[in-house]
Design a binder for this molecule. Structure first.
Ligand SMILES: C[S@@+](CC[C@H](N)C(=O)[O-])C[C@H]1O[C@@H](n2cnc3c(N)ncnc32)[C@H](O)[C@@H]1O
Length: 258
């Protein structure tokens, strides 16, 4: 699923970046810290950390070598890009001041183990923090998409990220962080505008195969894809070919290693 960096950047990376700006401002990073970005993908969060935090070091890792190649090509700052798994971070115990992650938690097979592993990597007093889309409600692009998909194909409900991904609500995130032994756990919403030039600007990225919704579209026969496209257009487009203004809410969570 995670293989074409440009297609991902157009589909979701363009919205992850402004959330990353709000997230990093909320973290309130000091100068000279050692950062680790887990599941960095095409580098949306990594770029913001590098640009805003005056880091001492930034390590960014992902399992997708293709996404890392895309990140390397677009993020000019000095970053160590590493192909690795979130469940086996290639760093010593307590080697980092901050371990962060953008939009990746729900794609990990065992999110609890990943948060424990991030906690291992951070020094006492350091932060473990992440953000995830509010798939169930506030990420309106995906909400409208899955609602349209279910309206034309009820079986799509089983694939709806709002149902499938448990870690997209404040209570679940808080439980995950406290379960890893982190203190001072906080969860806040971060909302950004998602404005599309027109319906094509919204629809075409769903054809790029880089995420659960695009994967679902790719598996449809042409007639079913056309029905879904028409249902989504009907749900979001007030005027043909006019701009479409939605909002995207993420939940951000942070905690401190005791
Ligand atoms: C939705 S993308 C988020 C990318 C980026 N952080 C952003 O905000 O745009 C999820 C990323 O998690 C990565 N990923 C999934 N499972 C992983 C794992 N077990 N270890 C490391 N990365 C993983 C994928 O390769 C993908 O790049």
């Amino acid at each position: 699923m995670w293989a074409v960096g440009d297609a991902y950047a157009r589909y979701m990376g363009r919205w992850s970046r402004p959330v990353a700006e709000g997230f990093v401002a909320w973290l309130g990073c000091g100068d000279g810290l050692r950062w680790l970005d887990v599941g960095c993908g095409t580098g949306a969060l990594t770029a913001v950390v590098a640009a805003r935090c005056r880091p001492s070091t930034v390590v960014a890792l992902d399992r997708s070598a293709a996404f890392l190649a895309s990140a390397r090509a677009t993020v000019a700052a000095p970053v160590s890009w590493v192909t690795a798994d979130a469940l086996a971070l290639p760093v010593r115990d307590q080697a980092c001041d901050a371990v962060v992650s953008g939009l990746a938690l729900n794609f990990l097979s065992t999110p609890g183990a990943a948060v424990a592993e991030a906690t291992r990597a951070v020094r006492p007093g350091g932060q473990v923090a992440a953000y995830v889309w509010d798939y169930a409600e506030g990420m309106t692009l995906l909400r409208r998409f899955w609602d349209a998909a279910v309206s034309v194909d009820p079986s799509a409900a089983a694939l709806d990220e709002g149902h499938r991904f448990p870690h997209c609500r404040p209570a679940e995130l808080r439980t995950l962080w406290t379960g890893a032994g982190l203190d001072d756990v906080e969860v806040v919403p971060i909302e950004v505008p998602t404005v599309f030039a027109d319906f094509t600007d919204m629809w075409e990225p769903f054809l790029g195969g880089q995420g659960p919704a695009p994967d679902y579209v790719a598996a449809l026969a042409p007639a079913a894809r056309d029905r879904l496209c028409a249902a989504l257009r009907g749900a979001v487009a007030a005027r043909p070919d006019g701009p479409i203004a939605l909002t995207a809410r993420a939940w951000a969570v942070r905690g401190r290693r005791p």
